[in-house]
Write a protein of this length. Structure first.
Length: 81
């Protein structure tokens, strides 16, 4: 499953002092042909807490996998450029 997210500015982590980001929008991407038609992309923003400060795309991927009940290897994320 491929998900595309839109990054929003987060805060510095009080624990690690690293930059974090929030997810503005999360959508599941369909087949490559359908990506040209935005109406076929499915919005999945409701699956995550959009106020959470993620430290990395990997952490987002793990949260999605846990929420969907699949292994992290079954989930891929990419940032909307």
């Amino acid at each position: 499953m491929l998900f595309e997210y839109t990054r929003r500015r987060g805060a510095r982590s009080p624990i690690t002092d690293a930059a974090t980001f929030k997810v503005g929008k999360l959508k599941q991407m369909t087949s490559r042909e359908a990506q040209d038609i935005a109406a076929r992309d499915i919005d999945f923003s409701h699956l995550i807490d959009t106020s959470y400060n993620y430290h990395s795309p990997r952490e987002l991927r793990w949260h999605l996998a846990e929420r969907l009940g699949v292994t992290p290897d079954a989930v891929a994320v990419r940032e909307n450029a």
